[in-house]
Design a protein around this ligand. Structure first.
Ligand SMILES: Cc1ncc(C[n+]2csc(CCOP(=O)(O)OP(=O)(O)O)c2C)c(N)n1
Length: 280
């Protein structure tokens, strides 16, 4: 499996993943653009070097698990899973089509997908289940759960937060895509999250804050959290919704809208420029 150590290679990979996301969303004619683009670097940092997985044995017991609790961001996950060989890349073109394994929210049955998700607030609880099962089996694997900041308005998240700390689940690492927006506005206006880092700390979690588009910072945080004993960990990743495409960035209106053909063309041009600049 492709393991990227060089930061430039990873940054180029992130551009390629953004391209795949936009192309598949435009083809589908619907879907979640903003919240897919914001999680690209988080996924690249996890999947291309930090997770112990084998695309040829997706149900291998000792694998690290990744739970996309903010299931609507799945175009990003599909692009990564296809790129590393969990399923053929051509399948990306079937996003949201009748009978496709790539539905608008992740469904069990697609290799690499651990749970069906999309009903927000549930992923952390399921992740606790995975982590407890691993502990009972004596399996030394890590469970990663990616949530949206808006998603953490759900009360179930905080029940799970208490539970994970109570059971000292140090194999569990949560990641928040802290893009400050949710479905129809800024999180601070819809339901203010307050002193967010302190909240997780008070709930008994080891907490680290990073720039969620900085691949070095993400890599460092993921490696740091692997060493923590006796506590679950939370990586609060500050991100920009719609990251990478100027006219999509930081706009609530791009939450659940796919690019139209002319918007796709414009977006791909921006990514081409970014790629050329990076390649030097
Ligand atoms: C239980 C539940 N309530 C409502 C929704 C509808 N919904 C889909 S995405 C979303 C906003 C989530 O915001 P956030 O977690 O910040 O996601 P992001 O901004 O990263 O896309 C909402 C309310 C849902 N999927 N599940």
């Amino acid at each position: 499996m492709e393991k990227l150590t060089d930061i430039k290679q990873k940054a180029l990979k992130a551009i390629q993943i953004r391209r795949d996301i936009l192309i598949m969303l435009e083809k589908a004619g619907s879907g979640h653009t903003g919240g897919s683009l914001s999680i690209v670097e988080i996924l690249v940092a996890l999947y291309y070097g930090n997770m112990n997985i084998n695309p040829k044995k997706s149900n291998w017991r000792e694998r690290d698990k990744f739970i996309l609790s903010k299931g609507h961001g799945c175009p990003a996950l599909y692009a990564v899973l296809a790129d590393i060989g969990f399923f053929p890349k051509e399948e990306l073109r079937t996003l949201r089509k009748l009978g496709s394994r790539l539905q608008g929210h992740p469904q069990l049955g697609l290799p690499g997908i651990e749970i069906s998700s999309g009903s927000l607030g549930q992923g952390l609880s399921v992740s606790i289940g995975f982590a407890l099962a691993d502990r009972m089996d004596g399996t030394l694997s890590k469970v990663y759960c990616l949530m949206g900041d808006g998603e953490t308005n759900e009360g179930q998240v905080w029940e799970a937060a208490m539970t994970a700390a109570h059971y000292k689940l140090d194999s569990l690492c949560g990641i928040i895509d802290f893009n400050k927006l949710q479905i129809d506005g800024f999180c601070c206006e819809v339901m203010d999250l307050g002193e967010y880092k302190k909240k997780w700390e008070t709930f008994g979690w080891y907490t680290v804050e990073v720039d969620g588009h900085d691949l070095n910072e993400l890599d460092k945080a993921i490696k740091e959290t692997k060493k923590i004993k006796g506590k679950p960990q939370m990586i609060i990743a500050h991100t920009v919704k719609g990251k990478g495409v100027s006219f999509i960035e930081n706009k609530a209106g791009w939450h659940g809208v796919a690019p139209k053909p002319e918007e796709l063309e414009k977006a791909l041009k921006e990514l081409d420029i970014a790629e050329k600049q990076l390649a030097g």
